[in-house]
Write a protein that binds this ligand. Structure first.
Ligand SMILES: NC(=O)c1ccc[n+]([C@@H]2O[C@H](COP(=O)([O-])OP(=O)(O)OC[C@H]3O[C@@H](n4cnc5c(N)ncnc54)[C@H](OP(=O)(O)O)[C@@H]3O)[C@@H](O)[C@H]2O)c1
Length: 292
Protein backbone atom coordinates (compact mmCIF):
# COMPACT_ATOMS: atom_id res chain seq x y z
CA UNK A 1 0.00 0.00 0.00
CA UNK A 2 1.39 3.44 -0.93
CA UNK A 3 1.67 6.26 1.62
CA UNK A 4 -1.21 8.04 -0.11
CA UNK A 5 -3.29 4.87 0.09
CA UNK A 6 -2.57 4.56 3.83
CA UNK A 7 -3.56 8.19 4.32
CA UNK A 8 -6.76 7.65 2.36
CA UNK A 9 -7.79 4.51 4.22
CA UNK A 10 -7.46 6.36 7.53
CA UNK A 11 -9.58 9.36 6.60
CA UNK A 12 -12.87 8.66 8.32
CA UNK A 13 -14.37 12.04 9.02
CA UNK A 14 -16.63 13.37 6.29
CA UNK A 15 -16.11 16.96 7.39
CA UNK A 16 -18.22 19.58 5.68
CA UNK A 17 -18.01 18.03 2.20
CA UNK A 18 -21.44 16.87 1.08
CA UNK A 19 -20.07 13.74 -0.59
CA UNK A 20 -16.73 13.57 1.22
CA UNK A 21 -14.21 12.81 2.26
CA UNK A 22 -13.03 10.96 -0.86
CA UNK A 23 -13.92 11.05 -4.53
CA UNK A 24 -12.99 8.39 -7.08
CA UNK A 25 -12.40 9.89 -10.53
CA UNK A 26 -11.92 7.68 -13.58
CA UNK A 27 -10.38 9.17 -16.71
CA UNK A 28 -8.32 11.52 -14.55
CA UNK A 29 -5.26 11.45 -16.80
CA UNK A 30 -6.75 13.87 -19.35
CA UNK A 31 -9.56 16.23 -20.37
CA UNK A 32 -12.80 16.31 -18.43
CA UNK A 33 -11.78 13.79 -15.74
CA UNK A 34 -8.59 15.73 -15.00
CA UNK A 35 -10.61 18.94 -14.58
CA UNK A 36 -13.03 17.16 -12.23
CA UNK A 37 -10.03 16.07 -10.16
CA UNK A 38 -8.71 19.64 -10.05
CA UNK A 39 -12.09 21.08 -9.06
CA UNK A 40 -12.67 18.44 -6.38
CA UNK A 41 -9.21 19.04 -4.89
CA UNK A 42 -9.95 22.76 -4.87
CA UNK A 43 -13.09 21.93 -2.86
CA UNK A 44 -11.07 19.86 -0.38
CA UNK A 45 -11.81 16.29 -1.48
CA UNK A 46 -9.22 13.56 -1.11
CA UNK A 47 -8.91 11.70 -4.39
CA UNK A 48 -8.47 8.30 -5.94
CA UNK A 49 -7.42 8.85 -9.55
CA UNK A 50 -7.87 6.14 -12.16
CA UNK A 51 -6.76 5.76 -15.80
CA UNK A 52 -4.18 3.71 -17.70
CA UNK A 53 -1.41 6.34 -17.99
CA UNK A 54 0.25 6.20 -14.59
CA UNK A 55 2.83 8.93 -15.32
CA UNK A 56 0.05 11.45 -15.97
CA UNK A 57 -1.86 10.40 -12.86
CA UNK A 58 1.26 10.75 -10.74
CA UNK A 59 2.01 14.22 -12.13
CA UNK A 60 -1.58 15.30 -11.38
CA UNK A 61 -1.47 13.81 -7.88
CA UNK A 62 1.70 15.77 -7.13
CA UNK A 63 0.16 18.98 -8.51
CA UNK A 64 -3.02 18.60 -6.43
CA UNK A 65 -1.32 17.55 -3.21
CA UNK A 66 0.99 20.57 -3.48
CA UNK A 67 -1.69 23.08 -4.44
CA UNK A 68 -4.47 21.97 -2.09
CA UNK A 69 -2.90 19.73 0.55
CA UNK A 70 -5.29 16.87 -0.19
CA UNK A 71 -4.43 13.15 -0.05
CA UNK A 72 -4.34 11.59 -3.51
CA UNK A 73 -3.88 7.97 -4.53
CA UNK A 74 -3.36 6.85 -8.13
CA UNK A 75 -4.44 3.49 -9.50
CA UNK A 76 -3.50 2.46 -13.05
CA UNK A 77 -6.45 0.46 -14.38
CA UNK A 78 -7.53 -0.58 -17.87
CA UNK A 79 -11.30 -0.24 -17.57
CA UNK A 80 -11.88 -2.34 -20.67
CA UNK A 81 -10.80 -5.32 -18.52
CA UNK A 82 -13.57 -6.43 -16.12
CA UNK A 83 -11.00 -8.19 -13.89
CA UNK A 84 -9.08 -4.94 -13.47
CA UNK A 85 -12.29 -3.11 -12.57
CA UNK A 86 -13.01 -5.81 -9.99
CA UNK A 87 -9.50 -5.38 -8.58
CA UNK A 88 -10.10 -1.58 -8.39
CA UNK A 89 -13.30 -2.23 -6.42
CA UNK A 90 -11.44 -4.58 -4.04
CA UNK A 91 -8.50 -2.18 -3.58
CA UNK A 92 -10.76 0.71 -2.64
CA UNK A 93 -13.10 -1.33 -0.41
CA UNK A 94 -11.79 0.33 2.77
CA UNK A 95 -11.63 3.87 1.42
CA UNK A 96 -14.44 6.16 2.58
CA UNK A 97 -15.45 7.17 -0.95
CA UNK A 98 -18.60 9.30 -1.16
CA UNK A 99 -18.43 10.45 -4.76
CA UNK A 100 -17.87 8.65 -8.05
CA UNK A 101 -17.01 10.64 -11.16
CA UNK A 102 -17.01 8.12 -14.03
CA UNK A 103 -15.34 10.26 -16.70
CA UNK A 104 -13.26 7.64 -18.52
CA UNK A 105 -14.48 7.03 -22.04
CA UNK A 106 -13.64 7.31 -25.69
CA UNK A 107 -15.27 7.52 -29.10
CA UNK A 108 -14.55 6.75 -32.73
CA UNK A 109 -15.57 8.52 -35.92
CA UNK A 110 -15.90 7.49 -39.52
CA UNK A 111 -17.67 4.67 -41.33
CA UNK A 112 -18.77 1.87 -39.00
CA UNK A 113 -17.74 -0.77 -41.52
CA UNK A 114 -14.17 0.57 -41.57
CA UNK A 115 -13.57 0.69 -37.81
CA UNK A 116 -12.26 -2.42 -36.11
CA UNK A 117 -15.03 -4.24 -34.29
CA UNK A 118 -12.58 -4.90 -31.43
CA UNK A 119 -12.31 -1.13 -30.86
CA UNK A 120 -16.10 -0.74 -30.92
CA UNK A 121 -16.52 -3.58 -28.40
CA UNK A 122 -13.77 -2.10 -26.21
CA UNK A 123 -15.75 1.13 -26.27
CA UNK A 124 -18.83 -0.63 -24.93
CA UNK A 125 -16.66 -2.14 -22.18
CA UNK A 126 -15.12 1.21 -21.14
CA UNK A 127 -18.09 3.54 -21.70
CA UNK A 128 -20.82 1.20 -20.40
CA UNK A 129 -19.71 -2.09 -18.81
CA UNK A 130 -17.09 -0.56 -16.50
CA UNK A 131 -19.47 2.26 -15.53
CA UNK A 132 -22.17 -0.25 -14.53
CA UNK A 133 -19.64 -2.41 -12.66
CA UNK A 134 -18.23 0.55 -10.71
CA UNK A 135 -21.62 2.20 -10.14
CA UNK A 136 -22.96 -1.07 -8.72
CA UNK A 137 -20.15 -1.35 -6.17
CA UNK A 138 -20.28 2.34 -5.26
CA UNK A 139 -24.10 2.42 -5.01
CA UNK A 140 -23.97 -0.41 -2.47
CA UNK A 141 -21.39 1.50 -0.40
CA UNK A 142 -23.25 4.81 -0.69
CA UNK A 143 -26.57 3.26 0.35
CA UNK A 144 -24.84 1.67 3.36
CA UNK A 145 -23.25 4.98 4.41
CA UNK A 146 -26.56 6.84 3.80
CA UNK A 147 -25.15 9.34 1.31
CA UNK A 148 -23.19 9.59 -1.90
CA UNK A 149 -23.01 11.11 -5.33
CA UNK A 150 -22.39 9.87 -8.85
CA UNK A 151 -21.48 11.83 -11.96
CA UNK A 152 -21.95 9.75 -15.12
CA UNK A 153 -20.76 11.03 -18.51
CA UNK A 154 -23.48 11.28 -21.12
CA UNK A 155 -23.14 13.59 -24.16
CA UNK A 156 -25.02 15.80 -26.57
CA UNK A 157 -24.86 12.74 -28.83
CA UNK A 158 -26.85 10.65 -26.31
CA UNK A 159 -30.25 11.96 -27.41
CA UNK A 160 -30.39 10.63 -31.00
CA UNK A 161 -28.54 8.29 -33.34
CA UNK A 162 -25.54 9.78 -35.15
CA UNK A 163 -24.01 8.45 -38.38
CA UNK A 164 -20.23 7.93 -38.34
CA UNK A 165 -20.37 7.68 -34.57
CA UNK A 166 -23.28 5.27 -34.18
CA UNK A 167 -21.78 3.04 -31.51
CA UNK A 168 -20.38 5.95 -29.47
CA UNK A 169 -23.73 7.77 -29.51
CA UNK A 170 -25.40 4.51 -28.44
CA UNK A 171 -23.01 4.09 -25.48
CA UNK A 172 -23.89 7.61 -24.36
CA UNK A 173 -27.64 6.95 -24.76
CA UNK A 174 -27.10 3.94 -22.49
CA UNK A 175 -25.42 6.10 -19.84
CA UNK A 176 -28.07 8.83 -20.07
CA UNK A 177 -30.88 6.31 -19.50
CA UNK A 178 -28.89 4.44 -16.83
CA UNK A 179 -28.25 7.67 -14.90
CA UNK A 180 -31.91 8.76 -15.07
CA UNK A 181 -33.07 5.41 -13.69
CA UNK A 182 -30.42 5.22 -10.99
CA UNK A 183 -31.23 8.75 -9.88
CA UNK A 184 -34.90 7.90 -9.38
CA UNK A 185 -34.04 4.68 -7.56
CA UNK A 186 -31.24 5.89 -5.29
CA UNK A 187 -32.44 9.37 -4.38
CA UNK A 188 -34.71 8.18 -1.53
CA UNK A 189 -31.66 6.41 -0.09
CA UNK A 190 -29.56 9.58 0.02
CA UNK A 191 -27.60 9.03 -3.19
CA UNK A 192 -27.54 11.75 -5.86
CA UNK A 193 -26.90 10.86 -9.52
CA UNK A 194 -26.41 13.23 -12.43
CA UNK A 195 -25.95 12.69 -16.15
CA UNK A 196 -23.44 15.17 -17.54
CA UNK A 197 -24.07 15.84 -21.24
CA UNK A 198 -21.52 18.27 -22.68
CA UNK A 199 -21.22 19.39 -26.29
CA UNK A 200 -17.81 19.42 -27.99
CA UNK A 201 -15.01 19.82 -25.42
CA UNK A 202 -11.32 20.35 -26.21
CA UNK A 203 -9.54 17.34 -24.67
CA UNK A 204 -7.74 14.20 -25.76
CA UNK A 205 -11.09 12.90 -27.04
CA UNK A 206 -10.89 14.19 -30.64
CA UNK A 207 -7.41 12.79 -31.30
CA UNK A 208 -8.41 9.37 -29.98
CA UNK A 209 -11.65 9.46 -32.00
CA UNK A 210 -9.66 10.43 -35.10
CA UNK A 211 -11.61 13.62 -35.65
CA UNK A 212 -11.11 17.38 -35.77
CA UNK A 213 -13.56 19.48 -33.77
CA UNK A 214 -14.59 22.75 -35.37
CA UNK A 215 -15.97 24.49 -32.31
CA UNK A 216 -15.27 23.38 -28.77
CA UNK A 217 -15.11 24.63 -25.21
CA UNK A 218 -12.39 23.99 -22.62
CA UNK A 219 -12.80 21.01 -20.29
CA UNK A 220 -12.91 23.43 -17.35
CA UNK A 221 -16.51 24.44 -18.22
CA UNK A 222 -17.76 21.00 -17.16
CA UNK A 223 -16.61 20.19 -13.63
CA UNK A 224 -17.72 23.05 -11.35
CA UNK A 225 -21.13 23.42 -13.02
CA UNK A 226 -21.78 19.68 -12.82
CA UNK A 227 -20.74 19.36 -9.18
CA UNK A 228 -22.93 22.35 -8.29
CA UNK A 229 -25.90 20.74 -10.06
CA UNK A 230 -25.44 17.31 -8.44
CA UNK A 231 -28.37 16.74 -6.07
CA UNK A 232 -30.42 19.47 -7.71
CA UNK A 233 -30.81 18.23 -11.29
CA UNK A 234 -30.85 14.92 -13.13
CA UNK A 235 -29.10 16.05 -16.30
CA UNK A 236 -26.78 18.96 -17.00
CA UNK A 237 -25.56 20.31 -20.33
CA UNK A 238 -22.52 22.20 -19.14
CA UNK A 239 -21.12 25.09 -21.17
CA UNK A 240 -22.67 27.63 -23.50
CA UNK A 241 -22.04 25.52 -26.60
CA UNK A 242 -23.99 22.52 -25.29
CA UNK A 243 -26.85 24.79 -24.24
CA UNK A 244 -26.90 26.64 -27.57
CA UNK A 245 -26.84 23.41 -29.58
CA UNK A 246 -29.61 21.92 -27.44
CA UNK A 247 -31.71 25.08 -27.80
CA UNK A 248 -31.33 24.97 -31.57
CA UNK A 249 -32.79 21.44 -31.53
CA UNK A 250 -35.86 22.37 -29.47
CA UNK A 251 -39.04 21.01 -31.05
CA UNK A 252 -37.11 19.18 -33.77
CA UNK A 253 -38.09 15.53 -34.39
CA UNK A 254 -35.52 12.92 -33.45
CA UNK A 255 -34.84 12.06 -37.10
CA UNK A 256 -34.07 15.74 -37.76
CA UNK A 257 -31.52 15.79 -34.95
CA UNK A 258 -29.97 12.62 -36.39
CA UNK A 259 -29.74 14.23 -39.81
CA UNK A 260 -28.06 17.41 -38.58
CA UNK A 261 -25.67 15.80 -36.11
CA UNK A 262 -24.72 13.16 -38.69
CA UNK A 263 -23.77 15.97 -41.10
CA UNK A 264 -21.75 17.70 -38.38
CA UNK A 265 -20.03 14.44 -37.47
CA UNK A 266 -19.19 13.70 -41.12
CA UNK A 267 -17.53 17.12 -41.28
CA UNK A 268 -15.50 16.40 -38.14
CA UNK A 269 -14.15 13.00 -39.22
CA UNK A 270 -10.58 13.33 -40.51
CA UNK A 271 -10.26 13.71 -44.29
CA UNK A 272 -8.92 10.16 -44.66
CA UNK A 273 -11.97 8.91 -42.75
CA UNK A 274 -14.22 11.00 -45.01
CA UNK A 275 -12.47 9.52 -48.05
CA UNK A 276 -13.08 6.10 -46.59
CA UNK A 277 -16.77 7.04 -46.18
CA UNK A 278 -16.95 8.09 -49.81
CA UNK A 279 -15.22 4.90 -50.86
CA UNK A 280 -17.66 2.86 -48.79
CA UNK A 281 -20.61 4.60 -50.48
CA UNK A 282 -19.09 4.03 -53.90
CA UNK A 283 -18.50 0.38 -53.07
CA UNK A 284 -22.16 0.01 -52.06
CA UNK A 285 -23.26 1.62 -55.33
CA UNK A 286 -21.09 -0.74 -57.33
CA UNK A 287 -22.40 -3.71 -55.37
CA UNK A 288 -26.03 -2.63 -55.87
CA UNK A 289 -25.54 -1.99 -59.59
CA UNK A 290 -23.85 -5.37 -59.87
CA UNK A 291 -27.04 -6.94 -58.58
CA UNK A 292 -29.36 -5.22 -61.05
N1 LIG B 1 -14.66 15.79 -25.32
C1 LIG B 1 -15.92 15.85 -25.69
O1 LIG B 1 -16.28 16.56 -26.66
C2 LIG B 1 -16.97 15.11 -24.93
C3 LIG B 1 -18.31 15.49 -25.11
C4 LIG B 1 -19.30 14.78 -24.42
C5 LIG B 1 -18.95 13.75 -23.57
N2 LIG B 1 -17.65 13.40 -23.41
C6 LIG B 1 -17.34 12.28 -22.51
O2 LIG B 1 -16.52 12.76 -21.47
C7 LIG B 1 -15.70 11.71 -20.98
C8 LIG B 1 -14.26 12.19 -20.90
O3 LIG B 1 -13.81 12.47 -22.22
P1 LIG B 1 -12.66 13.54 -22.49
O4 LIG B 1 -13.20 14.50 -23.45
O5 LIG B 1 -12.11 14.01 -21.21
O6 LIG B 1 -11.62 12.60 -23.25
P2 LIG B 1 -10.05 12.42 -23.01
O7 LIG B 1 -9.38 13.73 -22.79
O8 LIG B 1 -9.57 11.55 -24.13
O9 LIG B 1 -9.98 11.61 -21.65
C9 LIG B 1 -10.45 10.29 -21.60
C10 LIG B 1 -10.01 9.66 -20.29
O10 LIG B 1 -10.51 8.32 -20.26
C11 LIG B 1 -9.44 7.46 -19.93
N3 LIG B 1 -9.61 6.16 -20.55
C12 LIG B 1 -9.86 5.88 -21.85
N4 LIG B 1 -9.85 4.55 -22.07
C13 LIG B 1 -9.58 3.98 -20.85
C14 LIG B 1 -9.41 2.64 -20.41
N5 LIG B 1 -9.50 1.57 -21.25
N6 LIG B 1 -9.15 2.42 -19.11
C15 LIG B 1 -9.01 3.46 -18.25
N7 LIG B 1 -9.15 4.74 -18.61
C16 LIG B 1 -9.43 4.99 -19.89
C17 LIG B 1 -8.19 8.15 -20.49
O11 LIG B 1 -7.05 7.73 -19.74
P3 LIG B 1 -5.88 6.76 -20.29
O12 LIG B 1 -5.79 6.95 -21.76
O13 LIG B 1 -4.67 7.24 -19.54
O14 LIG B 1 -6.31 5.41 -19.88
C18 LIG B 1 -8.50 9.60 -20.17
O15 LIG B 1 -8.14 9.91 -18.85
C19 LIG B 1 -15.92 10.52 -21.91
O16 LIG B 1 -16.81 9.63 -21.31
C20 LIG B 1 -16.56 11.15 -23.14
O17 LIG B 1 -17.40 10.24 -23.78
C21 LIG B 1 -16.65 14.06 -24.06
Amino acid sequence: MTDAAKALSHINRRGSLKYGPLALVTGASDGIGREFARELARRGYGLVLVARRLDRLEALAEELAKAHGVAVDVLPVDLSEPDQVEELIRTTAHYDIGLLVAAAGFGTSGPFTRISVATELDMIDVNCRAVVQLSHAMAQRFVRRGSGGMVLMSSLLAFQGVAQSANYAATKAFIQTFAEGLRAELRPQGVDVIACAPGPIASGFAARADMVMGMSQPASVVAAATLDALGRRGTIRPGLLAKALEASFTGMPRWGRTLILSKIMAGMARPDARTAAGTAQQTNTVERSDLT
